[in-house]
Design a protein around this ligand. Sequence first.
Ligand code: HEC
Length: 244
Amino acid sequence: MKKLISICLLLLPTMAFANTGGVHLDHADVDLADKPSLQRGAKIFVNYCLSCHSASFARFSGVAKDLDIPEDVMSKNMLFVSDKIGSNMDIAMKAEDAEKWLGKNPPDLSVIARSRGADWIYTFLNSYYLDPSRSTGVNNRVFDKTAMPHVLWELQGWQKLAYTEEHHGEENKKVITGLKLVSPGKMNEESYRQVTHDLTNFLTYLGEPALMVRKKVGFWVILFLLILLIPAYKLKKEYWKDVK
Ligand code: HEC
């Protein structure tokens, strides 16, 4: 019984990831060593997301340091008038106002990549489609009836659901096959994919800034262990040569 409970506990995070409404998730291909991508992601995050979502676990100065963004560039381009470089990435909007205006309170995104997973975020940002029945005018394939508007519409443009017809005896059934762009934005499809990749990369870093350090340290530790293997092996041979 105890074993069963621990297996269930281990599976919990994957169960959270699995909530996609049956839609296949695209691979985000996260690369925390890609500093230019992380820097671009930070800029988009500040310009397009930080108005509604906070990332209170992070400080502007910490992000600048980790991503090699000079502090003066950060202060000039990414901080709002009231922010200081040492302050946390908070927002001015109050939770009750957000709920009044948007219907839901936009959650803090500090650790969203850990709870939802990078692939989910990447697919979510690429899966908005026009839906006149929604107050925002849009719906999302992996987050049905989301209260979040399509905030990147200017860049991506607008998509619609694409269907195909399947014949089942007498009946014709409409089956969703995916999404198609019906009104292009400022960017072509590839550039928009790059934007959502950079954002996902940045949100993954935000969820675990220590991951970057850990990966770097991990590389040197493994190299050290490999080098240590040579004298250890020679020593073992030396010890055992008289025993045989
Ligand atoms: C106009 C305000 C607004 C802006 C700007 C905005 N969001 Fe949202 N976002 C919301 C709201 C509201 C929700 C809650 C949706 C719900 O629960 O239905 C949300 C939810 C989310 C979620 C899902 C959270 C969860 O697990 O439930 C993610 C991920 C997200 N936003 C990412 C972003 C990113 C990335 C940006 C910037 C490109 C952004 N948001 C910009 C309002 C906003």
